[in-house]
Design a protein around this ligand. Structure first.
Ligand code: AMP
Ligand code: MG
Length: 321
């Protein structure tokens, strides 16, 4: 077998596109295992697959506990901890509001405040009951539902990297629907370059961040959005306090972290929180770096990225302490 096999692949998984590059003698086997892991995780965590752990918990809301796999239990217990730390900006019980908004979005309409408030009442992570002895989970009220959209892909990326490390892989790049996760550096020792999308130019890049052995995750208002008759942009990241798409002044938030799950959660939470409150949230975790872009396309970066972030346009970049 070739000592430095490189396997690149692109396929659909976890409801998105997964592309990867894996280097090593067992790259081929590692990629096959990664695909299997992605399928297994989607089968447990997707709320769109009828008998997944998450779907069963959602169907049994207000009725009974559901026993789930270890990894499902773990991600939910972790999600609750994040919710406690994110000052009302992150909540995995966001399901009912996601359903409501996607129903209206498909019709290019906006739900009334009365309907939004009715659904908003169902959003509360404190209603997730966790029974550690039985690996069982219960949502207290009928109509409540879990949605792992802001944590699942990151969690999956972390678990997939663990799987491929078992194949002695020391250099790999995964992109799971925008969640980038890496092992080590490129085989030649250089850093991986990750493009940061321009939030207002379709398919354009605003800059690039270069990383080694880190994950990069971006939340932006340019994904799954529509502009309504009132000129407002209705996108897919919802403020769990108001029930409306977040309008914090930030339009793109990129988090660089060791764990892709942490980066995934924090990108969403900081997007909802806005610049100041977002920095308070980030400070609760160690080793987190961020790139935040506001309504005026002004860029804010944390100190640790000074050497590793470059912008393509003449744009003001503000360094944060
Ligand atoms: P991301 O693209 O990582 O920011 O995640 C957005 C996805 O997470 C949405 O499509 C929803 O599935 C879910 N979501 C939206 N708003 C929130 C929120 N405030 N807390 C937790 N999950 C959310
Ligand atoms: Mg996220």
């Amino acid at each position: 077998m070739n000592e430095c096999n490189v396997e690149s692949t692109q396929y659909c998984g976890m409801g998105t596109v997964i592309s990867s590059k894996v280097y090593g003698a067992y790259a081929n086997e590692a990629l096959a295992a990664a695909k299997q892991e992605a399928i297994r995780l989607e089968g447990l965590l997707s709320r769109f697959i009828p008998h997944s752990d998450i779907s069963r918990i959602n169907s049994s809301a207000g009725i009974s506990y559901e026993r789930v796999a270890n990894i499902t239990y773990k991600v939910l217990a972790t999600a609750v901890e994040f919710s406690k730390n994110c000052q009302g900006c992150f909540d995995v019980t966001i399901g009912p509001l996601m359903n409501l908004w996607s129903y209206y979005k498909q019709r290019h309409k906006t739900p009334s405040k009365i309907i939004i408030d009715k659904f908003l009442n169902l959003i509360d992570y404190a209603d997730i009951e966790l029974d550690a002895n039985n690996n069982a989970v219960f949502l207290k009220r009928k109509g409540q539902s879990l949605d792992l959209g802001a944590i699942g892909k990151g969690y999956a990326a972390d678990l997939i990297l663990e799987v491929i490390k078992e194949y002695s892989i020391t250099s790999a790049f995964f992109n799971i629907g925008g969640n980038v996760a890496t092992i080590g550096a490129k085989p030649d020792g250089s850093r991986w370059n990750v493009g940061i999308r321009h939030p207002r130019k379709a398919n354009g890049l605003l800059g690039v961040v270069s990383i080694v052995n880190k994950s990069v995750v971006t939340s932006g208002d340019y994904e799954r959005y529509y502009i309504a008759g009132d000129g407002r942009r209705y996108h897919h990241i919802i403020n769990p306090t108001t029930g409306y798409p977040a309008d914090s002044g930030l339009i793109s938030v990129t988090i660089v972290a060791d764990s892709s799950m942490v980066a995934d959660v924090l990108s969403t939470a900081v997007f909802v929180a806005g610049l100041e409150k977002g920095l308070d949230i980030i400070k609760k975790y160690s080793g987190i770096e961020a790139i935040m872009i506001d309504n005026d396309l002004k860029i804010y970066i944390t100190k640790g990225l000074i050497k590793y972030f470059s912008v393509f346009e003449k744009t003001e970049v503000c360094i944060l302490d």
